[in-house]
Design a protein around this ligand. Structure first.
Ligand code: ATP
Ligand code: MG
Length: 452
């Protein structure tokens, strides 16, 4: 039995992934791929022909032109960017929850396929056996992990040698078709936000355990995830349906009212401006409208909501005699709210500026963009799991050197993995226990369940 387990983990390449409301992120080695969390129409030969005729873009990368064979429905489906030209796009998560397992499975296949392509391009061996860390949304009282596992069980090929996934992909711009088959040695499922904790454990804490409160400001949701003594606090972890989407929606509404209900700016256009720090938008007939004041009041409202919940949790933890060592603010919305959240936490504890700087972590300092840090951390979770199972020390180093997105090449990218800026030296909290290799038997909320 022990030997069988060891051979299962031997040679497995660690990968990480999560399906966000707006974008899904996957990580292998030093690369992150990120594509829109959306699956489109069935790709008929006519649609495909039209796509090729209308496609003037010279961007022929897989991530931009991807269709995945949907075994269950017997059809090709657009995934990611291409879906924008689809009539019925299906966002596979809504308010952070997976809507349709078949679509989520396609996204998982798309992510693994794109990672495999990146490995090949980098001259590395293809992904033939993977161990995966996978982030799922937290929802109090729901067991999304179990549901996802039982679904996976119905889709993988189980043989005497293990569980396998066959992925058939088509590049609709070039017509190229590729089929790959890989062994899924295991999937360790954890809550989104736990990835950020793993990245800090590896990249900042030197594998020592520090209690960490993760705040993930996403598109459809924000997540609070206290990790205490290396375990997620199940009572306090939650995902709240309020995020950047709420803000862009409100800005769009204000502009509509200002234009006397004549002009509606697609939210997408507002969303695209935020990462560039732009706030001026042309409203036909009205001139340039600067939405900065609206943005600022929306952000202040979001920050207030977040801080109310955070303060409640800190009170509750303190009653239980627990103390948070570090706070991390992650997700695409982090750059907008970071300073204010830091100040709020500083006020709560009455910390000096120096202590607040040290305890509220800006994750760019460990060389990872806050938007993709969870996927990087889930790769580290898988790496950790493999090391534990093989009884080997885990390699703590990592660096993200490239972010590959489904944005059209040549367009400004909306996120970048920031190049490894040196971590800011900070007075460390009292040293904690060294990470103990976790038992092979999965803890309740951390299910490495080997897919056997
Ligand atoms: N630099 C930035 N400044 C402000 N907003 C940004 C920035 N980068 C991305 N965003 C916004 O963050 C949102 C996406 O964040 P993220 O990718 O974390 O969400 P998600 O994981 O898809 O959603 P969720 O976590 O709710 O499921 C988008 O609304 C985008 O406009
Ligand atoms: Mg997210």
């Amino acid at each position: 039995m022990a030997e069988k387990t060891t051979s299962l983990y031997q040679g497995a390449v660690p990968v990480g992934g999560e399906l966000g409301t707006s974008t899904s992120k996957f990580c292998v080695d030093d690369k992150v791929v990120m594509f829109s969390s959306v699956v489109g129409d069935a790709l008929t030969p006519i649609l495909e022909e039209n796509w090729r005729r209308m496609n003037r873009s010279r961007d022929r990368r897989w991530i931009r032109n991807l269709a995945i064979w949907d075994e269950r429905r017997g059809e090709w489906r657009y995934v990611g960017a291409m879906t924008r030209s689809s009539e019925t796009p299906n966002w596979f998560t809504e308010r952070g929850l997976v809507q349709n397992m078949d679509d989520a499975y396609l996204a998982l296949q798309a992510g693994l396929f794109l990672l495999d392509q990146e490995r090949r391009q980098a001259g590395k061996p293809p992904l033939s056996k993977v161990g995966m860390g996978f982030g799922i949304p937290v929802k109090a009282g729901e067991n999304a992990a179990d549901e996802f596992f039982s679904y996976l069980g119905t889709r993988l090929d189980k043989t005497a040698d293990g569980s396998f996934m066959t992925i058939r992909a088509k590049n609709v711009a070039t017509g190229e078709e590729v089929t790959t088959r890989l062994q899924l040695a295991f999937i360790a499922i954890q809550f989104q936000g736990y990835g950020a904790y793993m990245a800090l454990l590896f990249g900042k804490y030197g594998m020592k355990l520090f209690n960490t409160y993760v705040i993930d400001i996403g598109h459809g949701t924000w997540i609070k995830l206290p990790v205490v003594d290396n375990e997620v606090d199940m009572l306090l972890a939650d995902s709240i349906p309020f995020g950047m989407h709420t803000i862009t929606e409100n800005i769009s509404r204000v502009i509509f009212e200002k234009s006397r209900q004549r002009y509606r700016i697609p939210e997408q256009r507002i969303m695209e401006k935020l990462p560039r720090g732009e706030s001026r938008i042309e409203v036909p007939g009205e001139g340039i409208f600067d939405f900065r004041p609206v943005l600022e009041s929306e952000v202040a409202e979001l920050v207030d909501k977040v801080l109310v919940r955070v303060r409640q949790d800190l009170g509750e933890l303190s009653r239980r005699g627990k103390f948070i060592d570090y706070f991390a603010v992650v997700g695409g919305g982090a750059p907008l709210v970071f300073e204010q959240i830091k100040r709020g936490i500083q006020r709560y504890y009455d910390w000096s500026d120096e202590v607040a700087e040290a305890r509220v972590v800006q994750v760019e300092a460990i060389g990872v963009s806050p938007r993709v840090i969870n996927s990087v951390g889930f790769m580290l979770l898988a790496r950790d799991q493999i090391a534990i199972e093989l009884g080997q020390p885990v390699e703590p180093g990592f660096a993200v050197s490239e972010l590959i997105t489904d944005e059209l090449l040549g367009e400004p990218r909306d996120v970048r993995a920031s190049g490894g800026a040196a971590a800011r030296p900070s007075p460390p909290p009292p040293a904690r226990a060294e990470r103990q290799p976790r038992p092979a038997e999965p803890a309740a909320e951390r299910k490495p369940a080997a897919v056997k």
